[in-house]
Design a binder for this molecule. Structure first.
Ligand code: HEC
Ligand code: HEC
Ligand code: HEC
Ligand code: HEC
Ligand code: HEC
Ligand code: HEC
Ligand code: HEC
Length: 325
């Protein structure tokens, strides 16, 4: 630890020379700059006082290009003093302290920073904490449920969901949910069907999504995202026929009770499997028959043409022979 600090101080001196372009103008960016003088210049890992292993480097380019790029580091890291965080126990508001102890299991370094998102995104935070994912953390005291960074990526590179690099962008959101929902052990632990991802990927919807169909639903079109509820919660968009009719009805006008029963994540039974196989055999058979038919037809045409030519030739030969004679 002592060693790392001395190294860091040396790096500060280096950074002051090496990064002159980073001196910001406003107070916020000036503050970020002073932290970045070390954190953009250091590399490798360190162990904090609380025993967590951390990545020392914060890539200043990534940070500045993120949605929070103009913020001071201490707007999230509220317990950290300017330089170099000798007393990580600043006066933090009581509600933030409370939230940070609730989510402590999800934060390996700085639960106050992880809670601080709520100072600007309070409605979103509230909705996540009362979702099936948030309740997993707050009520069950587990760390399996998703919190902000599980879906939005690292805290210093968050971009808008419309940005193709965002893990919650339509292009990537299915893979982001799959980080946890493809895990069969996790599914078994919470009593979910074991093949959530396969059943989606093999559905009409999943196939269209993979092909790039822009109207095909991803997970979030049927389940929501911040306020995801268990299927047995009446507030879930996939609870019961009435809710499902509304959810499917967003895209399928006139969806009724029979129609909405068509989609679950239950494994497809053997019947659809054989039906599909049968369809394939039938299609291949039809194609093979058509090709054979065309070939035979062509052959008989060619044969006719050749024979007729030969006959005609014979005839003309005979005629000219007769004339000469
Ligand atoms: C003089 C160099 C230096 C400066 C300036 C600096 N840090 Fe650090 N920081 C370190 C080092 C070294 C560590 C490694 C672990 C340790 O010593 O706590 C670290 C660790 C951290 C951690 C991990 C958590 C922990 O408990 O250690 C956070 C968060 C952090 N710094 C944020 C900041 C913020 C925010 C600022 C600006 C207000 C800042 N740092 C300024 C050198 C620096
Ligand atoms: C939008 C809020 C936010 C801002 C702004 C922010 N951080 Fe962080 N930072 C976090 C969160 C959240 C964590 C992860 C906390 C955890 O897992 O306990 C974190 C983690 C860290 C870590 C530990 C890295 C690791 O491996 O986990 C360091 C070091 C750090 N921040 C430094 C900085 C510095 C320096 C700045 C300013 C350039 C900054 N942060 C700006 C939210 C923020
Ligand atoms: C289960 C995954 C998931 C979690 C957990 C999550 N988000 Fe999101 N978030 C999303 C998705 C998906 C979108 C964008 C949907 C779209 O627009 O396509 C989004 C959008 C947003 C937006 C844009 C506004 C909006 O509501 O669409 C903000 C701000 C945001 N999230 C902040 C947060 C914060 C803060 C947390 C933690 C309290 C969090 N998110 C937790 C998936 C998640
Ligand atoms: C000091 C206020 C502040 C804090 C703290 C803060 N944010 Fe933000 N956040 C913003 C602002 C401002 C934007 C940009 C909104 C815009 O441009 O429309 C933003 C944008 C976002 C977006 C992109 C939303 C979109 O449009 O797709 C996400 C995701 C997000 N924040 C998540 C977080 C998370 C996670 C944390 C905590 C680690 C956090 N924010 C902390 C102010 C904050
Ligand atoms: C960090 C891991 C993680 C990520 C990422 C994640 N989930 Fe979950 N999800 C869980 C866990 C764990 C549960 C079970 C929580 C419990 O019951 O306590 C769960 C539960 C659910 C449920 C409720 C199941 C039921 O009926 O009880 C749905 C629906 C769900 N997640 C959808 C999603 C979607 C959609 C995404 C992506 C936007 C997503 N999840 C991302 C871990 C995750
Ligand atoms: C077309 C709508 C639709 C899409 C798309 C969809 N789901 Fe579902 N999901 C449902 C329905 C309906 C249920 C409830 C099934 C039931 O009642 O048995 C459900 C249930 C679940 C459950 C609980 C399963 C259980 O066995 O308890 C999880 C977890 C889940 N979905 C995750 C996802 C994930 C992750 C994705 C994206 C890969 C996704 N869903 C895509 C409609 C959808
Ligand atoms: C975000 C929009 C959206 C939602 C929500 C949605 N679907 Fe679809 N669905 C589609 C699209 C797009 C197709 C492909 C249509 C095509 O290519 O003709 C499709 C195709 C289907 C098909 C294949 C047969 C057909 O009609 O083309 C079924 C069955 C189906 N959806 C059932 C459901 C059910 C049940 C739900 C609710 C649990 C649901 N869908 C929710 C967009 C959606």
């Amino acid at each position: 630890m002592k060693k790392t600090r001395r190294l860091a101080t040396a790096l500060t001196a280096f950074a002051l020379i090496a990064l002159p372009g980073m001196t910001g103008s406003g107070t916020a960016s000036a503050n970020a700059t002073s932290c970045l003088l070390c954190h953009n210049a250091m590399s490798g890992k360190a162990t904090t006082a609380s025993g967590a292993e951390i990545e020392l480097r914060i890539n200043s380019n990534l940070f500045q290009a993120s949605v929070h790029g103009s913020m001071a580091c201490t707007e999230c890291h509220q317990a950290f003093t300017e330089n170099p965080h000798t007393a990580p126990d600043q006066a933090v508001a009581d509600d933030l302290k409370k939230l940070s102890s609730t989510i402590a299991k999800k934060a390996k370094v700085d639960p106050v920073a992880y809670s601080a998102c709520s100072t600007c995104h309070s409605d979103v935070y509230q909705s996540v904490m009362t979702s099936v994912h948030g309740k997993n953390i707050a009520e069950k005291g587990a760390a399996d449920g998703a919190l902000c960074l599980d879906c939005h990526g690292g805290p210093h590179g968050i971009v808008k969901s419309t940005d193709e690099n965002s893990p919650v962008n339509r292009k990537h959101v299915v893979a982001t949910c799959a980080n946890c929902h493809a895990d069969e052990k996790l599914a078994a632990k919470y009593g979910h069907e074991a093949n959530i991802m396969e059943s989606y990927n093999e559905s009409f919807h999943g196939k269209k999504y993979t092909l790039g169909h822009t109207k095909a639903p991803t997970c979030v079109n049927c389940h929501g995202y911040h306020d995801i509820k268990s299927k047995s919660d009446p507030a879930s968009p996939v609870f019961g026929t009435i809710n499902k009719t509304k959810t499917c009805g967003n895209c399928h006008k006139g969806a009724n009770a029979t129609f909405v029963g068509a989609i679950t994540h239950k494994p497809a039974g053997p019947i659809p499997h054989y039906a599909e196989l049968g369809l394939i055999v039938l299609t291949m058979g039809t194609i093979a028959f058509t090709i054979a038919h065309v070939l035979l037809e062509a052959y008989s045409d060619i044969r006719d043409v050749v024979f007729r030519k030969k006959e005609e030739e014979e005839e003309t030969k005979n005629e000219s022979y007769n004339e000469c004679a």
